[in-house]
Design a protein around this ligand. Structure first.
Ligand code: IPM
Ligand code: MN
Length: 352
């Protein structure tokens, strides 16, 4: 098959980790007889520096006309320390999500048998953890009306959801649960928030269409606790934008390294794949960043965007083998030999 893939390397370690994912994807394409055309485009601080805009129209055009988007990371410290900056790289990310209609952010958390001792949590707590968060990505407090009043002394961010937004996300959640262990947890704060009551009522009404799925409703504060106590009791969790942002960072430590966790953002049309870690400015250009999360994001791309599970599995097998044989970057080396970003990428590509 032939694919056009938009390549948004972004900022910080983005370009380095993306380079490894390209190498590994090209190795997969060669092995299985596919042809990939990579279509690089500017985003984030890199795009602000070049054209004054974090998600330029040209970049959107490239994304919207490709078969999938592979994304590195965006963010630059020069903007973090300047709250008055008129344009920020993160605005590009939000604009991209909205314009591409990426309403469902799929963030899996699983453990690697060879890395159980790397997690800060006790091994017996995390063994067998295999859960997926489905975070709503284009609504809620991120996109509601925001502003200041009273001469700037009062600030507000509105949280707004429509029933249709909840339904389309929940539908993906039910479908995912059906394809997995048939358990769905709706995470909300329905004891306090009106938007959460709309979420709960909407999901409850959909239960009858999926009689095999066991649905639970839990408050977000309780989930924050249970996630580190009994992560292996969860299967699929659906939640709104901000709760999902926070809980998925919490969940990422279960696996032992944020440098391992991939993600996908789906809409009705195009899908985007990216590591859940950020631009990690301190590591930029040092050849130390872990490329595995981005490489595993490419695996998700083959599986979910192109419906090619064998190709995805080939990548997962190479990553598991590298972990088992200690071909890892310094975040996972623990006193053993640490390989460079590029060397791990080369090894993975050679082992496809
Ligand atoms: C994420 C990030 C973004 C978010 C930021 C960079 C805007 O934290 O993808 O989780 O909050 O969604
Ligand atoms: Mn986040």
């Amino acid at each position: 098959m032939k694919f056009n893939i938009a390549l948004l390397a972004g900022d910080g370690i983005g370009p380095e980790v993306i380079e490894q994912a390209v190498k590994v994807s090209d190795a997969v394409a060669k092995k299985f007889g596919h042809e990939i055309t990579w279509r690089p485009a500017l985003t984030g601080a890199a795009a602000i520096d070049a054209v004054g805009e974090p998600y330029p129209d040209d970049t959107h055009e490239v994304c919207a006309t490709s078969d999938a988007v592979l994304f590195g990371a965006i963010g630059h410290p020069k903007f973090d320390n300047d709250p008055s900056a008129p344009v920020r790289p993160e605005q590009g990310l939000l604009k991209m999500r909205k314009k591409l209609g990426l309403f469902a952010n799929v963030r899996p958390t699983f453990t690697f048998p060879s890395l159980l001792d790397k997690s800060p949590l006790k091994q017996e707590r995390i063994e067998g953890t295999d859960l997926v968060f489905l975070r709503e990505l284009t609504g809620g407090i991120y996109f509601g009306e925001k502003g200041r009043r009273d001469n700037g002394e009062t600030a507000f961010d509105n949280c707004v959801y429509t029933r249709a937004e909840v339904q389309r996300l929940a539908k993906k959640g039910f479908e995912l649960a059906m394809a997995r262990n048939k358990k769905l947890c709706c995470v909300d704060k329905a004891n306090v928030l009106e938007t959460s009551r709309l979420w709960r009522e909407t999901v409850q009404a959909m239960e009858k269409d999926y009689p095999e799925v066991e649905v639970s409703y839990e408050f977000v504060d309780a989930v924050a606790m249970r996630l580190v106590q009994w992560p292996n009791s969860y299967d699929v969790l659906i939640t709104e934008n901000l709760f999902g942002d926070i809980l998925t960072d919490e969940a990422s430590v279960i696996s032992g390294s944020m440098g391992l966790m991939p993600s996908a953002s789906m809409g009705s049309d195009i899908a985007l794949f990216e590591p859940i870690h950020g631009s990690y400015p301190q590591a930029t250009g040092k050849n130390i960043a872990n490329p595995m999360a981005t490489v595993l994001s490419a695996a998700m791309m083959f599986e979910m965007a192109f419906n090619l599970p064998e190709e995805g599995q080939a990548i997962r097998d190479a990553v598991n083998k590298a972990l088992a044989e200690g071909i890892v970057t310094e975040d996972l080396a623990e006193g053993g030999k640490a390989y460079g970003t590029k060397e791990v990428g080369d090894w993975l590509a050679a082992n496809i």
